[in-house]
Design a protein around this ligand. Structure first.
Ligand code: CA
Ligand code: CA
Length: 367
């Protein structure tokens, strides 16, 4: 489908499957247009240079709701979507097993993109397995990045020279930079806000299993980095490698205090089941919720929770209890009755039993 200048097509429940293009946009090409797509699927489109599913270029505005991108392939950039000098807003979309040279799920250059409640799983690229971005901005919230792979840098997300970007309340589990840096996230020449995310079992061959900062000083608040690995080591530097972050209220495995910051800890966050029932990191059953004795519970100053982050990754309140919890999930603590409450409960049960016995006897006598 070709959307020419000034068009604003609205598509619902459409399927784009096994299309090919000689140049860009095997499934759809947008040129200075504003399409809105709901519940559309782009599957196994290929042979385009850029944008296996969609090429969104030249000041186009693309809105995607509940769309699926699966198995799309390009030789160059953007297996699922390529955004070039444009804007895209993703809401509740799903990217699985898309593949390209740069940005397996999505590639963007000089574009402004938002992603809300999206899933990136098993996407593959040389750079930026899930998302790969150069210049422009990204606002990523409530996302799952699971089992994505970059041959070089940025298994889950790669941001280079972006401005005013943020990654908030996301889960990064089992992403890989198989011969580079930044298994979960790779940042180059940018300083995004990295707030309330959980990084577990991400892996980089070279450095920065969880995150790697190349000429970057991200603002890192309320995250958990645990069990990430670079070259077989899981020290502090292999949770976050490269340049020192501006870091506060985080749990970082092997924490030494070398980066200063307020409220950081190195204790085990005690995840519920980081590998999940299948015993493998980077699959959908990985469970990075907290357990009752986690040191991450109520460990973040609650006044620092931004108003635009009202809930956690389970859509529970972002702050339950005295303070906010580290990571993408707030632990919901069911209150334990006090001694006096237990006393009242026992008394009430006793009275109930006595009443039942007496009523029962009277009932027999009447009979
Ligand atoms: Ca698993
Ligand atoms: Ca809490």
């Amino acid at each position: 489908m070709y959307n020419a200048q000034w068009t604003d097509a609205t598509l619902t429940d459409c399927m784009f499957k096994a299309n090919a293009a000689a140049f860009d946009g095997a499934g759809m090409y947008n040129d200075e247009s504003s399409p809105t797509l709901t519940k559309c699927r782009f599957e196994y489109n290929s042979q385009a240079a850029n944008g296996g599913g969609i090429y969104n270029g030249n000041l186009s505005f693309l809105d995607l709701n509940k769309c699926v991108f699966k198995g799309n392939v390009t030789a160059d950039k953007g297996g699922g979507i390529c955004c070039d000098h444009s804007e895209v807003n993703l809401d509740t979309c799903y990217f699985e097993r898309n593949r390209s040279g740069f940005g397996g799920g999505i590639y963007s250059v000089y574009s402004h993109c938002t992603a809300n409640k999206d899933i990136f799983i098993d996407n593959v690229a040389r750079h930026g397995g899930g998302i790969g971005a150069i210049y422009g901005s990204w606002d990523v919230r409530y996302g799952y990045f699971t089992g994505n792979t970059a041959e070089y840098d940025g298994g889950g997300v790669l941001l280079a020279s972006t401005e005013e970007s943020e990654i908030k309340n996301c889960q990064f589990s089992g992403n890989k930079a198989s011969s580079g840096k930044g298994g979960g996230v790779y940042l180059s020449s940018c300083s995004p806000d990295i707030w309330f995310n959980t990084f577990s079992k991400n892996w980089a061959d070279d450095a920065g299993g969880g995150m790697y900062n190349q000429g970057a000083r991200p603002h890192v608040l309320g995250n958990i980095f645990r069990g990430n690995d670079a070259g077989g080591r899981s020290t502090e530097q292999n949770q976050i490698g490269g340049d020192a972050p501006d870091i506060h209220y985080c749990s970082v495995e092997g924490w030494t205090g070398a980066w200063d910051g307020i409220g950081n800890i190195g204790d085990d966050p005690l995840f519920r089941d980081p590998l999940g029932p299948d015993g493998v990191a980077g699959t959908e059953d990985d469970d990075l919720r907290l357990t009752p004795f986690s040191p991450c519970i109520d460990a973040v100053d609650g006044t620092l929770v931004p108003p635009d982050l009202p809930v956690d990754l389970d859509e529970n309140e972002r702050m339950i209890g005295e303070n906010a919890d580290m990571g993408a999930y707030e632990y919901e603590n069911f209150p334990v009755p006090t001694v006096s409450q237990w006393g009242l409960t026992v008394l009430a049960l006793s009275l109930l039993i006595i009443a039942k016995v007496r009523f029962g006897h009277r009932a027999i006598a009447v009979a």
